[in-house]
Write a protein that binds this ligand. Structure first.
Ligand code: AMP
Length: 294
């Protein structure tokens, strides 16, 4: 696997594969890789002739009081994991490539509109503007045929899907299931911040979602009831956690559902353990009136 910093060199490699009618798969990450990232890479590896993984901790998607300065990094391990998953190229652009002259000079941004007005977007103003803008830049640099994201960041996938359609990016989006520890805890680079006790309690995030899904299976369709169930499960099983939000959202618009759920729905939550903020979600999709969970 080659580590590439220069866009010119990246483009040369991409052009060579495209000339030979090969497809390019792309997995954007912020590094500190784990098995969740590896699952995306494996799928992208299987689907494409060239696999490019990027690592860039994007400053513009972090709020002023968030963890940009202390976001975990381990470049050697990232290299090993990406190479082990079969990546051909680890693209590590520098700040000057991504934000010529610095983010403060940038004038043109991608505005994800109403999609960013809820859930993560409401809790982290400006977050999805930063995400959409950096993903657009990376798609231009890499020019992949297929790009792979995790359901773990469910609203992010919706924003990117919308951006691809609205702005006509010639790329296929693949969203893959959340990879979890045996406890149910969704793998996340930020789990490294958790104490042993917080990590134990954090398993309640997926437990709460499972509890809500169990209620759906027995016929419950009232969104506020599902949200209450999740909240009380979290209060009981994660007493040191501080809930940021718990919501049932329309999967297409991300708007909260205030009554009965009848269409595709995301149950989403964010919980602080100390200053560490974890998110998780589960999707309820209906086919022929039957609910399915992912
Ligand atoms: P990040 O490095 O956190 O920006 O994540 C890079 C990509 O990996 C995003 O598409 C995430 O949704 C995805 N990802 C992060 N955690 C997981 C997980 N536990 N399972 C599947 N995908 C994940």
């Amino acid at each position: 696997m080659d580590e590439i910093r220069e866009p010119v060199e990246l483009r040369r490699r991409v052009a060579a594969v495209r000339c030979a009618a090969g497809t390019i798969g792309f997995v954007p990450t912020m590094g500190y890789l784990h098995e969740g990232h590896v699952a995306l890479m494996r799928k992208a590896r299987a689907d494409n002739e060239l696999l490019i993984v990027s690592r860039y901790v994007n400053p513009t998607q972090f709020g002023a009081t968030e963890d940009f300065g202390r976001y975990p990094r381990d470049e050697r391990r990232d290299h090993q994991l990406a190479a082990g998953a079969g990546a051909d190229i680890l693209f590590v652009p520098d700040d000057e490539t991504m934000y010529p002259g610095g983010p403060a000079r940038q004038q043109v941004w991608i505005d994800p509109g109403g999609l960013a007005g809820h859930l993560e977007g409401a809790a982290r103003p400006g977050h999805f503007r930063g995400v959409a803008t950096v993903v657009a830049k990376l798609l231009h640099l890499v020019q992949p045929d297929r790009v792979y994201f995790g359901q773990k960041d469910g609203q992010q996938s919706t924003v990117i899907a919308r951006m691809i359609v609205d702005l006509g990016f010639p790329v296929e989006l693949h969203v893959l299931p959340t990879v979890r520890e045996e406890s149910g805890l969704a793998l996340s680079s930020r789990n490294v911040y958790l104490s042993a006790e917080q990590r134990r309690e954090a398993a309640a995030l997926s437990g709460a979602l499972q509890q809500a899904w169990a209620a759906v299976l027995t016929g419950e369709r009232d969104a506020p009831t599902l949200v209450r169930l999740i909240g009380s499960y979290l209060r009981e099983h994660a007493p040191s956690g501080r809930m940021d939000y718990v919501e049932a959202a329309d999967l297409a618009t991300m708007a909260p559902i205030l009554g009965v759920i009848g269409g595709d729905t995301m149950l989403a939550l964010a919980v602080f353990f100390g200053s560490t903020r974890l998110i998780d979600n589960g999707m309820i999709r209906f086919r022929d009136g039957q609910p399915f969970w992912s």
